[in-house]
Write a protein that binds this ligand. Sequence first.
Ligand SMILES: *Cc1c(COP(=O)(O)O)cnc(C)c1O
Length: 441
Amino acid sequence: MNPLPIHSRADCQALDRADALAGLKSQFDLPPGVIYLDGNSLGVLPSATPARVAQVLTQEWGQDLIRSWNSAGWIDMPARVGNKIARLVGARNGELVVADSTSVNLYKVLSAALQIAKQDRPGARWVVSERSNFPTDLYIAQSLCRQHGLELKLVDEPEQLPQSLQDCAVLMLTHVNYRTGRMHDMAALTRSAHAAGALVVWDLAHSAGAVPVDLHAAKADFAVGCGYKYLNGGPGAPAFVWAHPRHAERFWQPLSGWMGHDAPFAFTPDYRPAPGVRRYLCGTPAVIGMAALECGVDTVLAAEPLGGMAALRAKSLALTETFIHLVETRCGTLAATDLGVRLASPRAGALRGSQVSLVLHAPLQHAGYAVVQALIARGVIGDFRAGDSERLSEVPHILRFGFTPLYLSFAEVWDAVEHLHQVLGQQEWQNPKFHQTASVT
Ligand SMILES: *Cc1c(COP(=O)(O)O)cnc(C)c1O
């Protein structure tokens, strides 16, 4: 799909008419008057979810009560939903389970990876990651480094990664950066890490359901990911965890709860880990949340007969390219003002996930939050990620827009840019009501 050149809303509508994935939008009940560009942060509600959750509540819990662990298959949900997610990330049946949150799963796999590294590579001194990685990932790594007597080495530029792997125990990366949308070459970096003797943990929070991922082709070691972003699992949805079969049984993960026991209902006093990835479970599965997550994952799998992740990726790239083109031609610099935006995401599609980040021109950097609030008031929902107030030239404030090809149209991209043009041109962001900050940004 080559979207350019686009000169008018009618050009966008023509792309929509030619879009073989357009019908997937009927899987969602989107609120009228909203252009939702935040599916990278909280995915939308699938139409099937309320009825499915109601069934879990009123029938499975309300009527069938504890019998539902067997009769409704509650106990199998971590593996069943995990097998569905596995299809989206190049994992095989039985290798991936749904459990806990991304942060907790990262703790489990990073801990296991560090134990393996300690045995295979006793001299290793570092966990290597990026300063721009999502903070919870860095916080978890800091805790584990303290426990294991290692140091966390953070690089500033992705290009420095291959040179930073000497004496590295584990390279821990997020595949698609949450701020800039920059996407790593998973296979190449995994190869570099293995050549240097290190293991690799991949966080797929902004990848699963957003871009094609092939964990086996990349020979990755461990992966975790998020259920409530592109997988549309709902607020606080359970996350997922994958361990390559060559590692899955080498060590206990540290949260050795009963659901990861080989025989949870034998109630023996001694822990004996389950075979394979099931040992990465800890406590009782969150059944209601998992039922909602399964509905969300199904909305992505619905693209399989239409070309699956490859087709979704092609549309996602066409959407983000259209957005970048329209933003640059219409909002790059607005006549007779200092106003305008520049691209903060990679221009090359191959380096970009399913989001586009923008930065306001320097004199107006501080207005980013208010610009996003003014857009939200117009029904265009994106978000704002604060930069580093002491190093704004290196880590600027970012206006972030996620593009979910399951439900977004090219006409909506046109309309979103029109709203941005008006917010900037009419200086709407100066209204004090757009400067009040809430507790969640
Ligand atoms: C969203 C996200 C998380 C979220 O972790 P939770 O434990 O669900 O709060 C973690 N890591 C990355 C890279 C993310 O993008």
